[in-house]
Design a protein around this ligand. Structure first.
Ligand SMILES: Nc1ncnc2c1ncn2[C@@H]1O[C@H](COP(=O)(O)OP(=O)(O)OP(=O)(O)O)[C@@H](O)[C@H]1O
Ligand SMILES: [Mg+2]
Length: 274
């Protein structure tokens, strides 16, 4: 499929009908040999609507990565269940694409070979290999196909990780602080890229962040989590049109509401990282 076709798909409301995640009565307890058990997720219930952009926001240790890893199938719930389009998640699958804070590219493979990894593993590289180039172009890495990860910047490596997940046409894109290691400028550029790709593809996104502004800028819904035990405190709707203006009164209103949840005074908070 060409990039032009991808863009056409984006304007079609039926682009992606699937990608509904349901988290039902989920508990995840880490038993420790020394010390008390850690309740990383305590009775978590959440319905993630298809094609929407969700952020998981909360302080360190509130269970964001644990929830994401369980949706990814990389960890197993202690009780409860998580389904994707009605099917119980019990292991990793290419339909749930993953992007982590540090790009996890293979250092001995070129950018192109890295992006092709999933197709190769699934034995469909011959048939679908032409899409590797299309996704490299989609994330703006044209011209860098033959270089190795150590020869590109952190932002470019992160784009390659994104292309590697997207080439599999995932129903869901799971991102754990994907922009956390980037400088402020690259981070804002990448926010735009992710929004553009999301609008093209219609994929459900679950995006973990500590950054309140980032969550308000990107998300349809913000899931506020609180630690010890890890719980969902509130799901906040962000009914602001796109492209968003970070200085719009509605943006400030939602940001202030979130700051108050975490006990900060909006007038005096110098940083919007939690
Ligand atoms: N494999 C593990 N063994 C024991 N405890 C764990 C394990 N993984 C996570 N935990 C504990 O579960 C809780 C939630 O951890 P998690 O990594 O999900 O938090 P987080 O919200 O992603 O934090 P951060 O923002 O720092 O990345 C923490 O108290 C953590 O110490
Ligand atoms: Mg984490």
């Amino acid at each position: 499929m060409s990039v032009a076709t991808l863009e056409q798909r984006a304007v079609s409301p039926a682009a992606e009908e699937a990608g509904r995640i349901v988290v039902k009565d989920v508990n995840r307890i880490f038993r420790q040999e020394a010390g008390p058990d850690v309740i990383a997720l305590d009775q978590v219930n959440l319905e993630i609507e298809p094609g929407k952009f969700y952020s998981l926001l909360g302080p360190s240790g509130c269970g964001k990565s644990t929830l994401l890893r369980n949706i990814a199938g990389l960890d197993h719930v202690t009780s409860g269940e998580i389904t994707l389009d009605g099917e119980v998640i019990d292991g990793p699958h290419f339909l749930r694409g993953l992007v982590f804070q540090q790009p996890t590219l293979f250092p001995w493979k070129t950018i192109e070979q890295n992006v092709a990894t999933g197709l190769e593993a699934r034995g469909i590289l011959k048939e679908k290999g032409h899409e590797v180039q299309e996704y490299i172009r989609l994330v703006g890495l044209e011209g860098f196909e033959k270089v190795y990860p150590h020869q590109v910047s952190g932002g470019m490596a992160q784009r390659a990780s994104l292309a590697r997940a997207l080439v599999n046409h995932p129903k869901v894109l799971l991102m754990d602080e994907p922009l956390g290691a980037l400088d402020a400028f690259t981070r804002m550029q990448m926010q735009e890229e992710i929004l553009r790709i999301w609008q093209d593809r219609g994929t459900t996104i679950v995006f973990v962040t500590h950054d309140i502004d980032e969550a308000v800028y990107l998300s349809d819904k913000i899931v506020i989590m609180t630690p010890r035990p890890g719980k969902i405190q509130e799901v906040i709707d962000v009914p602001i049109g796109r492209p968003r203006n970070r200085n719009h009164p509605d943006f400030w209103r939602i940001r202030s509401h979130i700051l108050k949840i975490f006990g900060f005074s909006p007038e005096h908070a110098e940083s919007y990282q939690i």
